[in-house]
Write a protein that binds this ligand. Sequence first.
Ligand SMILES: *Cc1c(COP(=O)(O)O)cnc(C)c1O
Length: 368
Amino acid sequence: MSIPPTNLSYPNIAKGANNWQGLIETYRSYLPVSKATPVVTLLEGNTPLIPVPGIAAKIGRGVKVYVKYDGLNPTGSFKDRGMTMAISKAKEEGAKAVICASTGNTSAAAAAYARRADMKAFVVIPDGYVALGKLAQALLYGAEVIAINGNFDDALDIVRQLSENYPVTLVNSVNPYRLQGQKTAAFEVVDVLGDAPDWLCIPVGNAGNISAYWMGFTEYHQAGKCARLPKMMGFQAAGAAPLVSGEPVKNPDTLATAIRIGNPANWHKAIAVREASGGEFNPVTDTEILDAYRLLASEEGVFCEPASAASVAGLLKVKEQVPDNATVVCVLTGNGLKDPDCAVKHSQNQLKQGIPNDLEKVAKVMGF
Ligand SMILES: *Cc1c(COP(=O)(O)O)cnc(C)c1O
């Protein structure tokens, strides 16, 4: 398979049409790419920043809240931002195969971009703790999926060693190109708002994304693109909150499987972000995560996966601390369709089953 051209040109594109060419082309001058880099892209990025007035109303005091809906990336999570960079650089360096440990979304992204670059993808996942949609993606994209009897932290240990001993490139967020790609989400937020928000609320697992956002905001600040820097508010699931307690968690536990991580790979970076931004790490319980998950869908029409809802759950938990009239962005890291089991299991809205095939009976069920 050939790599798509770096500069896409649609001969008959209408004036005013969205001619987005992916995040590497858009932010090329901020990224470690050169003319020699083969850009492997699925046109990721350019995701919407959606106002959520129902959530803002729960805080009041003139606070404005937006969600950065990164579930609309090509494989349904922000991991695509990092993967377009990591796979393009791996391709440039002549790699034939990539490997990652994953709670699911990294494997879906690695599998898709690796296939696009005609590389083999190996993914190591914790058996039984990957949401169905993510597993389905990795399989269909053609990755070699290896489920181990261990958690994410164990999987990461294994793939690190494999990449040191075998000809496979590691594309976890310890790969520096991942964070380079992911920082573009901060650029997009500033490009839309005209400045950085006062607060950025974000779910934290391995802490790659919070580190990447901070890198993006500080680089844009230095370039004069924004006047301020946000307070970085990271939220972890209460059963997997090592950055809150200050110690690794041996058996992390939460239904938000994307952040079920006991020993974050980017621990030191995360602490540095908290210090530099005057931010905080706080825990949110699974109950609070599910409340925010349902609220986003039923009040705002935005379906995200449970881990993503941790950002909104966290904002609502610490809402008294939000300054009057502040602008807050909550990052929604992944699409709700990734984890349909969770949605069906935890929806308070029930399927009306066993209704006869009869007009009047259906109308009656409808309340007419
Ligand atoms: C990977 C992921 C996270 C956690 O991001 P980190 O960079 O590991 O902190 C959160 N939510 C979703 C949906 C993810 O896929």
